[in-house]
Ligand binder design. Structure first.
Ligand code: ZN
Length: 203
């Protein structure tokens, strides 16, 4: 049976590059893939999946309220789909994660989701919460903090270069994100005594 996968990580771990490579591997073998990205990421009328190392491709957009099962089932009816990929999967609604599970369970098409686990305040995103709850296969994409430990958290730097401690969950384009280990994240967020604080605020 096909599975629902969730590849999760913090920012700048190379998730999107992995997604594009995996999709390419299918296509190279003559198989068809269907790519989705959150509606926040678009170029004109279509979605855009772009990785930091310069690879990019057009993709279908998903927005709140979209029925992803119906869209894939419709497409699959006339053109066989061998794998579905979803980038920025943290922005899925809970119901959409169930729709993706149905794609695996009822259409027998594997679904590979890539996204962030938590936001800059250390809270789960809606899509990540649902994927962590029901995906068949969870895979962590690793990246490292400035100290060399595994980075599991992210801080957001505002236009002033300072760490944002509050604010909207989503701020695309304007801000810079830095991945940190949990210990350094707590220090940067002002939640723990700064032992070896480097501090973006002091930069
Ligand atoms: Zn660290």
């Amino acid at each position: 049976m096909a599975k629902l996968y969730f590849h999760y990580a913090t920012m700048n771990a190379g998730k999107t590059t992995m997604l594009l490579q995996a999709s390419y591997n299918y296509r190279e073998r003559g198989m068809r893939t269907m790519l989705f990205v959150a509606g926040h990421y678009k170029k004109g009328d279509s979605g855009l999946i772009s990785s930091r190392i310069g690879l990019e491709t057009e993709a279908e957009m998903f927005r709140d309220g979209d029925d992803l099962f119906a869209r894939v089932a419709d497409h699959h009816e006339h053109t066989t789909v061998h794998c579905v990929f979803v980038d920025e999967a943290q922005f899925l609604e809970e119901e959409q994660v169930w729709q993706l599970a149905r794609i695996a369970d009822r259409l027998n098409i594997p679904v590979m989701c890539y996204g962030l686990r938590t936001d800059f305040q250390g809270k789960l995103f809606s899509g990540s919460r649902a994927l962590l709850a029901i995906a068949d296969d969870l895979r962590e994409v690793r990246t490292i903090c400035r100290c060399g430990r595994k980075a599991t958290m992210v801080v957001r730097l505002g236009p002033d270069g300072k760490v944002a401690r509050q604010g909207e969950q989503v701020a695309i384009g304007k801000d810079v994100y830095v991945s940190l280990c949990r210990r350094h994240w707590e220090e940067e967020m002002g939640r723990a005594a700064p032992d070896d604080f480097i501090g973006f605020t002091q930069a």
